[in-house]
Ligand binder design. Structure first.
Ligand code: PLP
Length: 378
């Protein structure tokens, strides 16, 4: 089955009893046992729920994995995956990972002596340099937020194999439609499904997929032990979102390319960050490991004042954090998503005051261009 077909027919479709075409929402916590310990596949909904199970089967199939797991948020998924490690272990992570992942590692898991080093993983040599004897995992995000930096996943696989590390990839920005890290050698792929996979700004959720039975068993044990599972209603909403993921990603990418072409020509725009631009530092690698470049753009208008002005004037770009929805979203990383990062560290990362981030939606692109045009003019 090809990707687009999997989105519609993957996992468990419909209901055998009634013929209902969509998976029923099993709003249930416990299940009748035919005798003590003799249950029909489900015993308690933290351990397993048929609606969630259908979603878990779809994500496994989309990522070319064997097992999937659904969680109450992207952070719940990441936290549960980190529970594979133990006190005294060390994790190497992409330096501009999602802020919540940075916070989890530095403010929560450090208290349990789970150690970390953040490094520019777009440079494989730097990754090798920071690996220690107790390093157990390599955690990659590609593309990253907000500068869309690209890490070479095949190189990371080589390094992980050489040092016997678990390779974990946050695939939120690319989605399984454009990028399948398990095929490139990753052990675990995870998502904030709140973003593109849900796609409609109406669910907070996280997904994990793996291709090894041994890892699957461990993660299921942790999912059940930690208990941060996704409810049946939200599981159903995600499956509904997934049915149009391919269509949305293609429409979003087409709009994004046109917006990028418009922005690079604009004289008030100093620079544009998009991995689909040949001038982008990660262009070649992105082309080699993903089939699309996604719908996130950042561009620098030179000053914080002008950036705020633009954000105030736009009509079709909703000023909000988050990304990956049908509606276009706009934000100012230095004052919003990345405000908690110290100013000099922000500058080091290249997150300037005038940097605007856009998550492109599926509106008519001409409206989006005209909207930016009026917002950028004096
Ligand atoms: C949003 C996001 C997360 C966290 O997901 P939540 O669903 O908000 O908990 C993790 N990684 C990336 C790349 C994200 O964009």
């Amino acid at each position: 089955m090809r990707s687009k077909t999997k989105m519609v027919h993957g996992g468990i479709t419909g209901d055998e009893q009634t013929g209902a075409v969509s998976v029923p929402i099993y709003q249930v916590s416990t299940y009748k046992q035919d005798g003590v310990g003799n249950f029909r596949g489900y015993e308690y909904s933290r351990t397993g729920n048929p609606t969630r199970h259908a979603l878990e089967t779809v994500i496994a199939s989309l990522e070319n994995g064997t097992h999937g797991f659904a969680f109450g948020s992207g952070m719940a998924a990441i936290t549960t995956v980190m529970m594979l490690l133990k006190s005294g272990d060390h994790v190497v992570m992409t330096d501009d990972v999602y802020g919540g992942s940075f916070r989890l590692m530095t403010k929560v898991l450090e208290r349990f002596d789970l150690q970390n080093t953040f490094v520019d993983t777009s440079n494989p040599e730097k990754v090798e340099e920071v690996i220690q004897e107790n390093t157990k995992a390599l955690y990659i995000e590609t593309p990253t937020n907000p500068l869309l930096k690209i890490t070479d996943l095949r190189k990371m696989t080589e390094i992980a194999k050489k040092h016997n590390l678990l390779l974990i990839v946050d695939n939120t920005f690319a989605t399984p439609y454009w990028q399948q890290p398990l095929d490139l050698g990753a052990d675990i792929v995870l998502h904030s499904a709140t973003k593109y996979i849900g796609g409609h700004s109406d669910v907070v959720s996280g997904l994990v997929a793996v291709k090894s039975d041994e890892l699957a068993e461990k993660i299921h044990f942790l999912q059940n032990s930690v208990g941060a599972v996704l409810g049946p209603q939200d599981s159903w909403l995600l499956m509904r979102g997934i049915k149009t993921l391919a269509l949305r990603m293609e429409a979003i990418e087409m709009n994004t390319r046109k917006l990028v072409s418009y922005l690079v020509e604009h004289d008030k725009v100093k620079s544009v960050f998009y991995p689909g631009l040949e001038s982008h530092s990660g262009y070649e690698i992105a082309k080699g490991q993903s089939t699309g470049f996604g719908g996130m753009i950042s561009f620098d208008v030179g000053s914080g004042e002008l950036a705020e002005e633009v954000l105030k004037k736009v009509n079709y770009f909703t000023l909000a954090e988050s990304l990956g929805a049908v509606e276009s979203l706009i934000s100012l990383p230095a004052k919003m998503t990345h405000a908690s990062i110290p100013a000099d560290r922000r500058r080091e990362l290249g997150i300037t005051e005038g940097l605007i981030r856009v998550s492109v939606g599926i509106e008519d692109v001409q409206d989006l261009i005209e909207d930016l045009e009026q917002a950028l003019c004096d």
